[in-house]
Design a protein around this ligand. Sequence first.
Ligand SMILES: [Zn+2]
Length: 663
Amino acid sequence: MRIGVDYYPEHWDRERWEQDVKLMLEAGIKVIRVGEFAWSLYEPREDVYEFAWMDEIVDFFGKKGIKLILCTPSATPPKWMIDKYPDILAEDIHGNTKLFGTRKHYCFNSEIYREKVRKLVGLIAERYGKNPYVEGWQIDNELGHGNTARCYCEECHHKFIDWLEEKYKTIECLNKTYGTVFWSQIYNSFNEVIVPKAGTCYDFDSGTQGQNPSLLIDYYRFCSDSIISFTKESTELIKKYSDKPCTSNLLDAAVNSGTGIDYFKLSEELDFVTWDNYIEFQWGKAKMETVSRDHALLRSYKKKPFWVMEQQSGPCGWSKMGPSPDPGKLRLWTYEAVANGADTVVYFRWRACTFGAEQNWHGILGHDGKVNRRYDEVKQTGEEMERLSQKVGTLMPKARVAIIKSFDTEWCHTIFQNVEGFQYDNLLLAFYKPFYDMNISVDFVQAEEDLSMYSLVLAPALAYVSDEAKNNLESYAAKGGTLVITFRSAFKNEYNRMLPETIPGPLAELTGVEVKDYDPQFDKSTSVAGIFGSGTAKLWCDIVTPKDAEVLGLYTGSYFKGAPCLTRKGSVYYLACDLDEKAQGNFAKYLCRQAGIEVGLYVQEGIEVVDTTDGEKQVKFLLNHNNYDTVIALTQEYTDLLTDQKVVNTVKLEAYGVAILGD
Ligand SMILES: [Zn+2]
């Protein structure tokens, strides 16, 4: 484990590099990410390529002992290219062309753009592919960020038609699958099929309400596939010249719900995944459990350690700034990432830029480039990490609980939100939070993957259940795994159509219930009571009939008072409604006991405890997110891996403090 920085040497005078690299080395920085957004330096005019500037960067920093991650600069096609090939520009959902002036203004399906990217990436890979200082590659930047995954231009339209033809073969098949007989939408040929822009008829807030839901989900898949194929093209080119690993910097789940990329599929094209972790910035402050959830997602996409490629290191924002991180928070956030499976934490950025759109986006150093308290904190962290990495290998939490996440389901629930307030990622977070609160690690999984290492699996609102998923869940439960299925599950097919069977169609046998009716909690709520105590459903109530399941909870309000809200058949639970935070917490505790997962006597608010292993050694992280000192009770004797002192009975943590304990 180690630290790095995102660095833009081309933004600074050459004379400054000497001082920068000296400070970096003194702070324990081992790796820099460079070359992001630098297309107009690499190719200032069409087919005129300049590499001397990057040769000098790679050589200078490499010889000083710093490894480099080289980026493909495809997120910023330069002005000459846009002027000569304006068709490269993407078109938004309202039919407006995105313009030059910021970044990410291109269409992933533009043949000219793709060709230009291929040529430049090929040349960069050929030039630096075998360079001993280059440790890896980053493809593009934050793919899909800022609503850029879905383009609605003519070129996308043509490619979408090809994509549909490949999938459905005949227009009759598409018509039947989509149900285009509804609202007189029957197509006579693939060429007639539209891309689902906003305002075709009803332009409500979601932009596409009223569009055919099967067409919408196919378009979402097509756009996700387009970005994945773009990524694959770059990684394959690089691999022709280099055996170093490729990655891309992903985004957190809250933002990712808007990026529209299936991260499980995207991750298949990457050797390792990384993400950008901004916790307190212009656009808000993340809750502790959401940061933990995002780290958990990242370690889950490839089932292996990940990097934070951009870790916040100062006050951040574009027009405005978020707060300056309190002393101790940079170190705390770094160890939080390491505890949750990060192998390398790269701070964004080395030094705040004095020009351009991100002047307010502070790095470790401020605009003046002088050593400050943030630098001192990073230096302390770098030194500690160096010592730590001599004692233990890369650490991963030992999760026995998993939550199923499905991008198909996410898109089903985005296209039809079910009821006001229903948001799939928020629901996953509501299931994640009680385990976070109990210091129990949770992985995210796909419904089709091997679940045998988990004692408890939760599948919130899994709208679409494939045959493979059905068999997998049945076999998991048959082997005694504790499984939770909930409301709004197993009611759609892969084409985003309602199933004609009684809900939960393919999971009816497994759960032992039938959903006879349901009551969306629009402008109302319903009280419930059961093994989780008493509580309230605020989003959704299924009214179920147990066939061969026992009843563990009941509705105590509404016209369906007395009907079950929670049932169990064998080790499979059916939760028919959402629960408030307290009841959800109690339910999680109950499930842990049923699944044989130990729950501590009590937890301390604001203290995150993560039990990890490097495969041999056990390491416990204690992370104090509070702005005050506290004392934590221990159940055994440990060695503090940072101080080498024995720790017995208790450990004291200062505000935002960290303890890393070995057996
Ligand atoms: Zn396009």
